[in-house]
Design a protein around this ligand. Sequence first.
Ligand code: AMP
Length: 673
Amino acid sequence: MAEEILSNDEVIVADSQIISEEPVGPLFSDLGLSEPVLAAVAAAGYEAPSPIQAQAIPVLLQGKNLLGTAQTGTGKTAAFSLPLLSRLDFSGPTPAVLILTPTRELSIQVAEAIQSYAVNMPKIHIVPVYGGQDIGVQLKALKRNVSIVVATPGRLLDHIRRGSVSLARVQAIVLDEADEMLDMGFAEEVEGILKEIPETAQRALFSATMPDAVKSIVDNYLGEYEEVRIQGKTATVENIMQRFVMVRPEHKIEALCRILEGESFDGLLIFVRTKQQTAELAERLEARGFNAAPLSGDLAQALRERTINRLKTGKLDIVVATDVAARGIDVDRITHVVNYDVPYDTESYVHRVGRTGRAGRTGNAILFITPRERRLLKMIEKATRQPIAPMDMPTGEQISEKRVAAFRKKVLDKVNEGGLDQFRELIQSLAEESEVPMVDLAAALTALAQEGQPLFPEMEDLPAPAERGKGFKAEKSFGLGASDEPRKPRKEGENGVEEGFLRYYLGVGRKDHVSPRDIVGAIAGESGISSANIGRIKLFDKFSTVELPQDVPEAMLMILERMSIRGNPSRFRLMTDEPPTGGNFGGGEKKAHRGGRKVREREGGFDGPRGERRDFVRGGEDRPFRRSDRSEGRPFRRDREERRSGNRPFREDRPFGERGDKPFHKTRRFGRH
Ligand code: AMP
């Protein structure tokens, strides 16, 4: 391995074969933690300490003060809580430990994490105390002997002033995310609290950055301390295309499934943090039909070797591993590394992604980052000296293409394999008896064969409807595809209809007790057009209008014509093109579409109370139609014939997969992709 030493903490690894020997760090059992704490860590499935833990735990176990430069995602919570739980005496006055955090979310999260590390220490009580919660609840909680208080500064100071908490016997204080805390304007409160802490108390301060305000707290209140930090080692990552996906933890599985369907990969390695996660995630992937297996220290050596061998020989494609278990994996066919959980530091990132891009090939590294871990992304970019691009999530169309290709292959393989005599006979007799053409029977069988994996999925179907929580919202900033973005107001075209949309008439209105929700429900339910693709709806007494994408297939329009809304026939049809002409504004009526019924409501508008023309397309409901509103001699909405022959992307007249240009399903998609 060629190394060029740049400075104490900068090492450029100029060789693309970076990875083969990895430093094996200490084990939790090497660090001097207490038995109950070690048992809790094992139960949590942590295989090895993260770098910040390996450095901070021994210092804090010795009772020393500590300055830690570390951000969320590095394992800093365990770095300070494991040694404090191991070392301190919790049988005396309370609280014994105070942890200050900038936000309510963090105080709850940290309290929960400590609770899990103290699971074998039943006498220890932990309480989060934060602004916004009913103070009465907190007063009650603080009256019971609370061993560890995890608080936001403002609310804690409030309690100190009320006398509901005393810091006189605190044995240790931790300032978590100090830079954020001071950024949020808590400097005074923090100082006020620190003044209450006994001289003898052990102090630790964690901060991702070191602005002057933090330095001043360090200088004035940390006393003598040792410093630990994630080494800013830089290492080039060659031959690897790096991308990231910003995703909330609860949406990771869904994002992963989409990637697995959308990316072309050979072997793929997924990194998670704990042993339990390897098993859980592999199981969930298997349940979705992916060929995946776990790899962790929980498995016997023989089984681990077997798994790696299966990956090598192509019998297995996806391995879900912890850092420790993946050490030394050297498999050329790994085309992708997915960092499902962010690595603790840049060194570990470089080790992980170096599992791909081997033997001179190009590799792919995909990094999942939760919004809270944003800083780690920056750190990794800095350390690898390469920007990591936001990943465009595979679209429904791309996934559909893959599913169709796989399906076609499967069908042709089956034909080549033979042994279909009985089935052929069955289908032959079915075709003869029913007089249904063979191609229709084949189409029906194809539809049946989809089995939860639709060949032409709507975004809602992808990839695990059951897991779509409150929206795989895919905020753009989270690097997820635009196709999932919440609907934005669209641009209005010249006729007042949204660009790319057409306006349709529905013969039901307020008098029929119909609401916009009923209309969306009926259209989405009957035609499968997703609600996000349904444009503006206007409700009138006797009718309503709805805007739909202009490339909705004819077949779907026919379905909509036949649907009913709240028990009433929809009388769905396109609003006609002609603006009214002449004094009586009668030109917009289309008897044919209304069964000859004479109605006052006309396409494009309706008659106002004094007989004046009101147009809801251009002028809105509250101004009379003006001649200038007309699109003189130029139809502003195309009629069906025109739509049929125009350059619409939908072509019903083309058979499935023919012409080899676009698979048929492409022609059936519409809307946001
Ligand atoms: P933190 O940086 O403290 O917010 O921790 C980030 C995440 O890493 C949390 O979900 C922890 O449960 C997890 N974690 C912390 N230390 C370890 C470890 N040694 N092994 C595996 N996971 C860990």
